[in-house]
Write a protein that binds this ligand. Structure first.
Ligand SMILES: Cc1cc2nc3c(=O)[nH]c(=O)nc-3n(C[C@H](O)[C@H](O)[C@H](O)COP(=O)(O)OP(=O)(O)OC[C@H]3O[C@@H](n4cnc5c(N)ncnc54)[C@H](O)[C@@H]3O)c2cc1C
Ligand SMILES: *[C@@H]1O[C@H](CO)[C@@H](O)[C@H](O)[C@H]1NC(C)=O
Ligand SMILES: *[C@@H]1O[C@H](CO)[C@@H](O)[C@H](O)[C@H]1NC(C)=O
Ligand SMILES: *[C@@H]1O[C@H](CO)[C@@H](O)[C@H](O)[C@H]1NC(C)=O
Ligand SMILES: *[C@H]1O[C@H](CO)[C@@H](O)[C@H](O)[C@H]1NC(C)=O
Length: 533
């Protein structure tokens, strides 16, 4: 690859330093590197192999590409300075924010460019401010830290992902889904305001009332319009305790019918506050995290018996939770009984436990620790997440879960649960199935590959799954989407595409932001002649 403008800049910067060493004086106005130097940004750019290597891959461990450099910003202004520098270069270089790098297809990489290590922003003070009904959190903050800070005030956000070691900016750039989404919508539906550094380096505060186009673009925006440096997130009174429940099913029809009943309930009715579901295909059942087992050994034997009675070996679990506190504790048994009476799980196959709200939300951390300990956390993750229209979920179950994946036994998890479409705002960039039905399912094929052969097999399977949906006319949408062609992205965004392309031209005209998503090719017009500053 030819030496980029960025590389030239980095080399130039080094000599600039040697010239001015000892006399910390900004260069005369007008000199770009002078501006950067004045902002102190040069000292925050790392080019050593350790820094670039740590930003060269992600949780997926499938894609790899080193950036030229990594920025360790101390303030949002540092990020703006970097972006302005790129945007005003004759050949702008890519800039990708990296939260935890927990994406699986290289979405946070910046080959030939600069990765912004968002986590260093959080080292400054006051990056989580809790108010009466909202919290202002830096885009780099981990959700678990937002939870800890808000709980101190007896408050908490309403909508969560299953795993909390993810950044606010990272999940808001996708959607942030979990078992509360049926009632509160995804995390992007629970945000009042954002600070965004756009692809031209402008620092903008936006909301439904102010710079609305950028606000909606950035929510689920896959990092395409700018970097979220602050989000104002809605809060509720934090529940204290959680009755955590698993219900086993051998019949997918009963399983989905019950899930849909549960997500139709209003907060005022007796029902659950969290509803998800899992599918286990011919899988050796384990008691779950050893430190906090859900199932006893006897339970596991019973479940194995149940699985062997079904022809496919597949069993389904509804995972649900009912929140309570001191005042509502006496009625929780009664309320649970009322709800369970309406459901058709296999009689006797109900498992419950009581945990604190924090333990419940942070539950995946326990599993992470055990997977790490067993050496199966840092392995390739060819994950595929799909939103499936409700009307086709049984076809999907038959063709994919019991067909293509039937008899499979890789390490990992299959999630399957419904959400209410009405809780999603179609003005946001995030995409739901185009069929316009009231309900759609998320199906997460979250499998790990323990060998190169297995990786290849799982990747072939994900291709077969997508081909099956195409062939059968099941209008699935990928969540955490990945396409190798722009045509794929056009189809993904469907009716939203032209608006998204316009917003891209407005907020990131040089197409430098989060290029790891591979949505927009570099502008064909030389960037210098279209620069607008
Ligand atoms: C174990 C595990 C469990 C998960 N569970 C869930 C779940 O329950 N629900 C769910 O919805 N998702 C879940 N995810 C997926 C997760 O939401 C995505 O990986 C997401 O990308 C957040 O990860 P991150 O903060 O590390 O972002 P990164 O992977 O670092 O970044 C993701 C993308 O967003 C861009 N980006 C990062 N920060 C910003 C920012 N501040 N502003 C603008 N763009 C930005 C990046 O350039 C990149 O393109 C899970 C992932 C893992 C690994
Ligand atoms: C890079 O990492 C190695 C191993 O952790 C360490 O020994 C070395 O000092 C690091 N180099 C730099 C420049 O940080
Ligand atoms: C939190 O408040 C402090 C003090 O007002 C302010 O300087 C800081 O920018 C705020 N941080 C966020 C993320 O809103
Ligand atoms: C289940 O998996 C085992 C091996 O893990 C395999 O021998 C068996 O055929 C599978 N059963 C079904 C129903 O596919
Ligand atoms: C699935 O795997 C195939 C084969 O490696 C790959 O080409 C495709 O992009 C993958 N798709 C997704 C969505 O992961």
């Amino acid at each position: 690859m030819a030496r980029t403008r960025l590389a030239a800049f980095l080399i130039g910067m080094a000599s600039f330093f040697s010239v001015v060493a000892g006399q910390l004086r900004p260069m005369p106005a007008g000199g770009l590197s002078g501006d950067l130097f004045a902002l102190g940004i040069a000292s925050k750019i790392r080019t050593d192999c350790n820094s670039t290597a740590s930003a060269s891959s992600d949780f997926g461990r499938i894609m790899e590409a080193a950036p030229e450099a990594v920025l360790h910003p101390a303030t949002p202004a540092d990020i703006a300075a970097l972006i302005r520098f790129s945007a005003s270069s004759p050949v702008p270089f890519p800039v990708s924010p990296r939260g935890q790098g927990h994406s699986v297809r290289g979405q946070s990489l910046a080959p030939g460019g600069v990765v912004v290590n968002m986590r260093t922003l959080g080292r400054a003070h006051h990056r989580i401010n809790v108010s009466a009904d909202y919290v202002d959190a830096g885009g780099e903050q981990l959700w678990v830290d937002v939870l800890r800070a808000t709980l101190k005030h007896g408050l908490a956000p309403r909508a969560w992902t299953d795993y909390l070691q993810l950044t606010v900016g990272g999940t808001l750039s996708n959607a942030g889904i979990g078992g509360q989404a049926f009632r509160h919508g995804p995390q992007i539906a629970n945000v009042h305001e954002l600070d965004v550094v756009t692809g031209t380096g402008e620092m903008v505060t936006c909301s439904r009332d102010k710079r609305k186009d950028l606000f909606f673009a950035a929510l689920g925006g896959l990092g395409q319009f700018g970097i979220i440096t602050r989000a104002r997130i809605a809060l509720e009174l934090a529940p204290k305790q959680v009755r955590w429940v698993r219900l086993a099913y051998s019949d997918v029809v009963a399983f989905t019918r019950d899930q849909e009943l549960l997500i139709s309930k209003q907060a005022s009715e007796a029902g659950f506050d969290y509803v998800e579901g899992q599918v286990q295909l011919n899988r050796t059942l384990t008691e779950g995290p050893k430190s906090t087992p859900f199932f006893s050994e006897a339970d596991i034997n019973r479940l194995a018996g149940l699985a062997s009675e079904t022809g496919s070996g597949a069993i389904y679990f509804i995972e649900a939770a009912m929140y309570y506190d001191e005042t509502t504790a006496p009625s929780v048994n009664q309320k649970l009984k009322m709800v369970l009476a309406q459901l058709s799980f296999v009689p006797g196959f109900v498992f419950t436990k009581d945990v604190t709200y924090f333990q419940f939300l942070d539950r995946v951390r326990v599993e992470e620790a055990e997977l790490r300990w067993a050496g199966v956390w840092d392995v390739p993750h060819p994950w595929l997440n799909l939103f499936v229209p409700r009307s086709r979920i049984l076809d999907f179950d038959a063709g994919v879960l019991k067909g293509i994946l039937g008899g499979d036994n890789p390490v990992g998890l299959i999630l399957m649960y419904p959400m209410n479409t009405a809780k999603w705002n179609s003005q946001m960039t995030a995409v739901t199935p185009p069929t316009g039905e009231d309900v759609f399912y998320t199906v997460g094929l979250l499998r790990s590959a323990l060998s190169a052969d297995e990786l290849e097999r799982l990747q072939r399977e994900n291709q077969s799954v997508l081909a099956f949906c195409d062939k059968e006319g099941i209008e699935c949408k990928q969540y955490l989407p990945y396409y190798t062609s722009q045509d794929g992205w056009r189809r993904h965004f469907g009716a939203k595409w032209s608006n998204i392309a316009q917003l891209k031209a407005k907020y990131d005209p040089h197409a430098i932001m989060s290029r790891g998503q591979r949505i927009f090719p570099l502008p064909s017009v030389p960037a210098a002649s279209t620069a607008t500053t």
